[in-house]
Write a new protein. Structure first.
Length: 284
């Protein structure tokens, strides 16, 4: 059966049909998906039924998997340690209390970010699988950083070219007032720097690389750098650059962290939202 891609947004993102991700896909089919990712940056696969093992097997076809040991907050394990658990469920599979530590930590996913930008190598692809959705909310929004770069005003582009930002694992959560424990701070990986403007390895397109893990701009005062980051983020997340994915059970969405920002949206925390994310490391 032919693999087809149907646009979900005029700039990026597509629905992929004609494939069962449980199958032992040939290398040519994986290359086809990689090429579609270079073009679309976000691919949505509907009506999939994936066990944890099947999701991990599919993820591994795209490169080395992120082991998850760098996570800012120790996970309360409900899923295998290779996954990031972005559900609102506790270890027993029940809806967790609003003040459950992982629920509070996961609030940072509501901020615009790119996965693992606080380490090297950072994330290449993220694969998020949905098993249950609440009655309202819980969408994931994606913003195309390639299109955002293309549309940068000349003056803002000139201010940004050649500059780097520091990214730190605890910064996004601290923005929301979530204090890490002393052992988490002591065990955190050190900050890393990334250029604010990067070139995508697969497409050759320039893009903005920023988000809520970015603490400051190297070489600028803290206030001036944070204003620049805020201006870039405001520009990059205008509605014309954003695709909103409304989840259904059985959805698997892959996105390229080098090309898009993403954020989760608010939802009814009293209802289950069951999601697990596997991640592929970038090849530097």
């Amino acid at each position: 059966m032919a693999l087809t891609f149907s646009p979900l947004h005029k700039l990026f993102a597509a629905r992929a049909d004609g494939i069962d991700l449980r199958d032992d896909l040939p290398a040519a089919r994986i290359s086809e998906i990689e090429a579609a990712m270079d073009r679309h940056a976000v691919l949505a696969f509907r009506e999939q039924t994936l066990s944890e093992d099947e999701q991990l097997a599919f993820t591994a076809r795209f490169g080395p998997m992120d082991p998850g040991r760098h996570l800012a907050v120790r996970q309360h394990r409900r899923v295998r340690p290779e996954f990031a658990d972005v559900s609102n469920l506790d270890e027993a599979g029940n809806v967790a209390g609003r003040n459950h530590r992982r629920i509070l930590s996961n609030m940072a996913t509501r901020l615009w970010h790119t996965d693992s930008s606080y380490k090297k190598p950072a994330a290449k692809f993220s694969l998020l699988y949905c098993s249950a959705t609440p009655d309202w909310g819980g969408e994931t929004e994606f913003a195309d950083m390639r299109a955002a770069y293309d549309a940068l005003p000349d003056r803002l582009r000139a201010e940004t070219e050649g500059r780097e930002a520091e990214h730190y694992v605890h910064h996004s959560r601290a923005t929301l007032g979530f204090a890490p424990r002393e052992e988490e701070i002591a065990g955190a990986i050190p900050p890393v720097t990334w250029p604010l403007i990067r070139t995508h390895a697969g497409s050759g397109r320039k893009l903005l690389y920023l988000g809520s893990h970015a603490t400051h701009v190297v070489g600028l005062s803290l206030p001036e750098g944070r204003v620049l980051l805020a201006d870039l983020l405001e520009h990059a997340t205008q509605r014309q650059f954003v695709y909103c994915h409304e989840w259904r059970p059985g959805d698997l969405v892959i996105w390229d962290n080098r090309a898009v920002l993403h954020r989760g949206r608010r939802y009814d925390l009293a209802q289950p939202r069951d999601m697990r994310r596997s991640t592929v490391e970038d090849r530097l």
